[in-house]
Structures are given as structure tokens and as C-alpha cells.
Design a protein around this ligand. Structure first.
Ligand SMILES: Nc1ncnc2c1ncn2[C@@H]1O[C@H](COP(=O)(O)OP(=O)(O)OP(=O)(O)O)[C@@H](O)[C@H]1O
Ligand SMILES: Cc1ncc(CO)c(N)n1
Length: 275
């Protein structure tokens, strides 16, 4: 039997259970990897919005990181809510300290679905300087890509320009998510000189909560299993689409996703694709 892969999410808590570290752990469990956590902050949050948010001391962020990384071999890391510049710097320093570099997936969370801010605006430049250069993949939604690059995204040419700017900032690859558009839910992937799209029929279920966290943590989980970017994005897109198809109402606000076990046969697709 192959060894269970250990992955890490560096993110905030969503008390409502739909996004943040809770969504990440549910995704890891469903895909069959062992999830560890470095908590950056705690939100009082539900499906309707964020009622309060408190970030942790960066020294405690560093200690959690050390406790896990000294004990286990981490094969992939995903970041979510990072709250402020100090936490970003701590995360960047700690990620740089791995002797064997894990895959690094950066979900540049700036705000919740409800619009509440989850990263201080003045920390955007720190994210660009400290974290993006060490990422294997960064996964902004369209509003996040606009804020990170200062480019208004109206046409496909704008997507290209924004991705180019993020690659110039040091990202190895860029996946711009298409949740915030109309028509099909198409994600645009820019990697070296390659361009790929990952598309699914838009599910007309109204507002959703936790889609971005789920996609990012699924990419992280599959990277740990397959060591292959394209395969991981393809499988993660399939995972999030299925969870969206099965989404349900649990509170007054956005719907939440249903995470269901997938099993190793999905990963066999890699072998089939490579055969
Ligand atoms: N209604 C939908 N139907 C199908 N797929 C969707 C839908 N909405 C979002 N997606 C997909 O979900 C994934 C996450 O994209 P999205 O743009 O929603 O991320 P996000 O805005 O970061 O999420 P969040 O709202 O949780 O912060 C993408 O693969 C996107 O295409
Ligand atoms: C804690 C947390 N992280 C990320 C998101 C983004 O959906 C959220 N709403 N809450």
C-alpha cells in the first residue's frame, strides 16, 4: 500500500463550516490525504456573512508550522485567508525553510463571498512580493486577479494580460477562476507558454460559499498524489463541480457544498492519461 500523503492548509476558521480551514479539511478527507492545519485567524461567520474576524499572532502561526513540519513530511501546502502582511511574511519565511520543497498552492483570498475583507488591503503588495514568487500555482477569482494586477478583466485578452503580470511577479502558473462570470464556469490556466481551459456547465443554484477554498485544497490534495499540475487541476475541477452539483441550503445565506468521498480510482486517470 502506498504511504498516506500529508498536506497542510494555512488558513482561517469559518465557524459556519462552509469555507476556510473547514472546507479544506473536508476536501482533504474526501480525496484521501491527511490534512494538517496552520490557523491564521478565526472568523465568526455563517452562510450570510462574516460577523467578526480576529487574526492570530504571527509567532503562533510560526509555532504551529514548526510543530507540524518538524514532525511530518509535507508534500503539498495550500494557503487561504492570511489576514495581514506580518502573517504573510511569516508564512513565506517558513515555506522557504523546507529542505524538500512541497507543492505550493496560493489561493489569494481577499474577501468572503459576502464581500467582507479577509486580507488587509495594504497587505496585497506583500502577497505579491513574498508569496507569489514561491508559488507553483496561484488561483485568483476574477475580482482578485483584477486587484492583484490592476487590470480590468472584460475580455479574454485581459485574462492573458493579468496572468502574464502574475507570472512576471514570480508565479509558476496561474489559474484564473471563472465563478464570477456568466455562461459556463470556465477556469483559465496559464503555465509556461501553455494555455488550457477547464470548463463545467454553470450550476444555477444561486450564491455559493466555499467554492474557491474547495478547488484550491483539491488541487493541493491531488498534487500530493499525482505530482502533476494539469492532472491535479482536471481532477480538482471535477471534484468541485460534483460538490457544487450536490450543494444544499443549510442557513439563510449562500448554499454550501457537499463533500463526498472520491477514492483512488480518480487518480488512476493520471496513468490512463499518460498511457
Ligand atoms: N455556479 C457554478 N457552477 C459551476 N461551477 C462553478 C460555479 N461557481 C463557481 N464555480 C467553479 O468553482 C470554482 C471556484 O471558483 P470561484 O470563482 O467561485 O472561486 P472563489 O470566488 O474564490 O470562491 P469563494 O466564493 O468561495 O471565495 C471554479 O472552478 C469555478 O469555475
Ligand atoms: C475563513 C475563510 N477563508 C476563506 C474564505 C473565502 O471563501 C472565507 N469566506 N472564510
Amino acid at each position: 500500500m502506498s504511504k498516506t500523503k500529508v498536506v497542510m492548509t494555512i488558513a482561517g476558521s469559518d465557524s459556519g463550516g462552509g469555507a476556510g480551514i473547514q472546507a479544506d479539511l473536508k476536501t482533504f478527507q474526501s480525496i484521501g490525504v491527511f490534512g494538517t492545519t496552520v490557523l491564521t485567524g478565526v472568523t465568526a461567520q455563517n452562510t450570510a456573512g462574516v460577523q467578526n474576524a480576529v487574526h492570530l499572532e504571527s509567532s503562533l502561526v510560526a509555532e504551529q508550522f514548526k510543530s507540524v513540519a518538524e514532525d511530518m513530511e509535507i508534500s503539498a501546502v495550500k494557503t487561504g485567508m492570511l489576514s495581514n502582511a506580518q502573517i504573510i511574511e511569516t508564512v513565506s519565511d517558513n515555506l522557504a525553510s523546507f529542505s524538500t520543497k512541497p507543492w505550493i498552492v496560493i489561493d489569494p483570498v481577499l474577501a468572503a463571498t459576502s464581500g467582507d475583507l479577509l486580507l488587509e488591503r495594504q497587505a496585497v503588495s506583500t502577497l505579491l512580493e513574498k508569496l507569489i514568487p514561491i508559488s507553483d500555482i496561484i488561483t485568483p477569482n476574477i475580482p482578485e486577479a483584477e486587484i492583484l494586477t490592476g487590470i480590468n478583466i472584460d475580455h479574454s485578452k485581459d485574462l492573458q494580460k493579468a496572468a502574464h503580470k502574475l507570472k512576471e511577479a514570480g508565479a509558476k502558473s496561474v489559474l484564473i477562476k471563472g465563478g464570477h462570470t456568466s455562461g459556463n464556469a470556465t477556469d483559465h490556466f496559464f503555465w509556461e507558454d501553455e494555455y488550457h481551459t477547464f470548463s463545467a456547465e454553470r450550476v444555477g443554484v444561486g450564491s455559493l460559499h466555499g467554492t474557491g477554498c474547495t478547488l484550491g485544497s483539491a488541487i493541493c490534495a491531488y498534487l500530493s498524489k499525482t505530482d502533476d499540475l494539469l492532472t491535479s487541476i482536471k481532477l480538482a475541477k471535477k471534484y468541485v463541480t460534483q460538490a457544487i452539483n450536490n450543494s444544499f441550503t443549510i442557513g439563510e445565506g449562500s448554499k454550501v457544498l457537499l463533500h463526498s468521498s472520491i477514492g483512488d480510482e480518480e487518480v488512476q486517470e493520471k496513468e490512463e492519461l499518460n498511457a
